[in-house]
Design a protein. Structure first.
Length: 381
């Protein structure tokens, strides 16, 4: 494996010109066009279609399917994800995924292609316009061997222009709105989708909550999640990048997760990878505990603080113990249900179910006390 090289400063004129033209035409051309010609429902429909399907193909396809392999799917779905992913003009899936894997592996260091440590502008867009990256695909061997991904990479411009320009222009021409399609469904759409994608690397590495890894620059930002089809839950994602969900709670806005789930339910996707609820809860509790101990360390040492520290630690140990017991009881119950044990009679099953209920309740009691204890300290406010 050849050594990784940090990015070097070099203007990327193709990207600069492309970005400047689409932004200017999109932002200035749209109001002028609407002022002069008005806007038809077919133009709105075409814009909405592209402004949803192209970023969804990045989040579901480039990100969760190709970069992280969080689910398996068939060739048709993979083709569609590559097709509309290319229409986003965010490089080939191979390039994107390889750089994204580097982002996870080397996050916040010089080898992170969009490190937030180099500033908001760099992480947002500067890295694409003014820096050259030395991607060698060593970290994407699994993708290089896929003929469809290889084809999209080799003929990337054909894919991107075909899907992202020729198609909207053809639909625009067919409906009598060629210029409108160019301004709205290409230039304005690209501008909007670019910045929404870039928010993950900039805003979501600064603003939000750090529930699962309190030291990570990656944050859970529910507001950005609304704009990015669920990708705003970036603290969770950096901690558990192998999970197909980014918004892990059922109520968290994550259409990419819902799409993958629906593909799974209709047999179009399989092996959806999920981190166990116990591991997720354990990470969350460890974060809460770390926050209090850091606060105590910062607050100095006196007898009262030492006492608080001991109480918190002892409650946390109890909590961890009860979580482990609950997990074990759940595992045992599952083994019995799946008949992986010698005796899976009704009595054994009932007793395991009772044990599970008991263990769950015990954990919830301890958790309740833990929450009550934490409420006393500003560190967790
Ligand atoms: Zn990140
Ligand atoms: Zn990721």
């Amino acid at each position: 494996m050849s050594a990784k090289l940090p990015a070097t400063r070099k203007n990327n004129w193709v990207n600069i010109v492309f970005f400047a033209v689409t932004t200017l035409v999109g932002l200035i051309g749209t109001p002028l066009y609407i002022y002069k010609y008005g806007i038809s429902s077919s133009e709105i429909a075409l814009f909405v279609f592209f402004v949803i399907i192209t970023p969804m193909s990045i989040t579901t396809g480039y990100h969760r399917q190709f970069a992280h392999r969080t689910f398996k799917t068939n060739a048709v779905i993979r083709f569609l994800l590559l097709f509309f992913g290319a229409a986003s003009f965010e490089q080939s899936a191979l390039e994107w995924s390889s750089q994204h894997r580097d982002h996870h592996r080397y996050v916040d260091t010089d080898l992170d292609p969009y490190s937030i440590k180099k500033g908001f502008f760099y992480a947002h867009i500067g890295w694409l316009l003014f820096w050259q990256h030395h991607t060698n695909y060593d970290n994407a061997r699994d993708l290089v061997t896929d003929p469809l991904i290889r084809h999209q990479h080799r003929y990337y411009l054909l894919w991107a222009i075909g899907a992202g320009m020729v198609m909207p222009l053809a639909i625009g021409a067919a409906t009598g709105h060629l210029l409108g399609a160019f301004i709205l469904s290409i230039c304005l759409r690209l501008t909007v989708v670019y910045h929404l994608t870039f928010f993950i690397n900039s805003i979501c590495h600064i603003f939000g909550r750090s529930t699962y890894d309190i030291y990570a620059t990656a944050k859970d930002n529910w507001f950005i999640a609304y704009l990015t089809f669920g990708e705003g839950y970036h603290n969770f994602h950096h901690r558990f990048s192998g999970d197909y969900r980014n918004g892990v709670r059922w109520y968290q806005w994550d259409p990419s997760k819902w799409l993958i789930w629906m593909l799974g339910k209709t047999g179009l996707a399989r092996d959806l990878r999920r981190i166990s609820d116990f591991r997720i809860l354990s990470a969350q509790l460890a974060g809460e505990n770390r926050r209090v101990s850091d606060w105590l360390t910062r607050s100095g040492t006196n007898t009262e603080l030492l006492k608080i520290g001991e109480a918190v630690q002892s409650q946390y140990d109890k909590l961890k113990g009860n979580l482990a017991k609950w997990e074990e009881a759940a595992r045992e119950y599952k083994r019995i249900l799946q008949r992986q044990v010698a005796d899976y009679s009704k009595e054994v099953r009932e007793s395991a179910r009772w044990n599970l209920g008991e263990a769950r309740q015990k954990f919830h009691h301890t958790h309740h006390d833990w929450k009550a204890l934490l409420r006393h300290y500003p560190a967790t406010a």
